[in-house]
Design a binder for this molecule. Structure first.
Ligand SMILES: Cc1ncc(COP(=O)(O)O)c(C=O)c1O
Length: 372
């Protein structure tokens, strides 16, 4: 039996007709850049994130870069973030002209260990980027408390966590609701994915939204007149139409992922060698990834591959050990939790269309490997 890590063709079989209808409208209008579908998507995604504004951009990477650029960072300015994340988080800090300062992650959730932020702050710190990794939110209220004390911006990297929420002082708060701004990605494999690249900045800060809007069109709102040097980072109307058609399904998809995750949790509970993912009790997880910590991880991955089961290692090398960040001066051992995680994590198929037979095959194959 074949169980891919993600089966986007199964999603397309289920919702393709509605998506094609939306896409065809754009094709017939021949209006491909920004326009009504982008504005409608911006309004809907901002509403979902309980933010006042949404600004569609070309990628999730730009959704990090443009709000950082709006902070007018200067050489030597620092941005505190985590080393256990997709490369874009720290890449955007570098490309915005600042220096990434890492703090280790929590061994249960792999999200920012908020108890370590204070020690990483210097007079040059300008912002903090907590990453809502794998689909559950970081303890953003604690990040905000430290940021407030030092007058820092908080940019939530919510690329993997659209629609995730967290209970803060008894109230549900959405990913993207509490930070200065949040970055979303619509890369095809995300819980809400387009037919290509796409991203969005959500924020309730009107001036920040206006600035990002300016930066995404070469720093000018009027054609051929430029207030500053920006870039071309617009969301395509075609992508917006695809995403608008898929958006009504997002909550159901995330619920189906949670259901698959709960099933795996139960079935893998007794398997020695496997630790199932830990959800912070304050969080509602959207399981962008279902990530176990596995003994003999690479052997298990090879065994599952031979059994037809697709898996993923997110991420095999923490960012402080990447060649391009050697100049930051970190050595192996600097962030032991992130380093240990990179040796043990393994993502299993958790996509909404996974059948019972498929998930049973995944668990049976894992049990077989560990002789459970
Ligand atoms: C945590 C995180 N940040 C940023 C990004 C960048 O998004 P994109 O691939 O849309 O540029 C991603 C996407 O892979 C991500 O997972």
């Amino acid at each position: 039996m074949i169980v891919p890590l993600l089966d986007l063709r199964a999603q397309h079989r289920a919702v393709g007709e509605a998506v094609l209808r939306g896409a065809l409208e754009v094709v017939e209008s021949q209006a491909f850049i920004l326009g009504r579908p982008v504005e409608e998507l911006e309004a809907r995604v901002a509403e979902l994130s309980r933010a006042a504004h949404g600004v569609g951009v070309a990628t999730g990477t730009d959704a990090l870069l443009l709000p950082l650029r709006a902070l007018d960072l200067e050489p030597g300015d620092e941005v505190v973030t985590v080393p256990f994340t997709f490369f874009a988080t720290a890449g955007a800090v570098h490309n915005a002209g600042a220096r990434a300062v890492f703090v280790d992650v929590d061994p249960d959730t792999y999200n920012m260990d908020v108890s370590r932020i204070e020690a990483a702050i210097t007079p040059r710190t300008r912002a903090i980027i907590p990453v809502h990794l794998f689909g559950q939110m970081a303890a953003v209220e604690s990040v905000l408390a430290v940021a407030g004390k030092h007058g820092l911006a908080v940019i939530e990297d919510a690329a993997q966590s659209i629609g995730a929420r967290r209970r803060v002082e008894g109230e549900w708060r959405m990913a993207g609701e509490m930070g200065t701004a949040a970055s979303l990605s619509f890369f095809p494999t995300k819980n809400l994915g387009g037919w290509g690249d796409g991203g969005m900045v959500v924020t309730s800060d009107r001036r920040l939204a206006d600035r990002v809007r300016l930066l995404r069109t070469h720093g000018g709102l009027k054609m051929y007149y430029h207030e500053e040097v920006g870039t071309n980072s617009r969301l395509d109307a075609l992508q917006a139409a695809v995403l608008l058609a898929k958006l009504p399904f997002l909550a159901g998809w995330s619920a189906a992922r949670r259901e698959n995750a709960a099933w795996y949790d139960r079935e893998l509970a007794g398997v020695e060698g496997v630790r199932t993912p830990v959800t912070d009790p304050c969080n509602e997880h959207i399981f962008h990834q279902y990530v176990i910590a596995a003994e003999r991880r690479d052997e298990l991955q090879a065994h599952l591959k031979a059994a037809g089961v697709g898996t993923g290692v997110y991420y095999p090398r923490p960012l402080h050990l990447q060649k391009c960040f050697e100049y930051l001066g970190y050595r192996e051992g600097a962030f032991p939790v992130a380093e240990a995680a990179s040796r043990r994590v393994l993502a299993l198929p958790v996509y909404p269309e996974l059948t019972e037979a498929q998930r049973e095959h995944v668990v049976a194959s894992i049990r077989e490997f560990y002789g459970a």
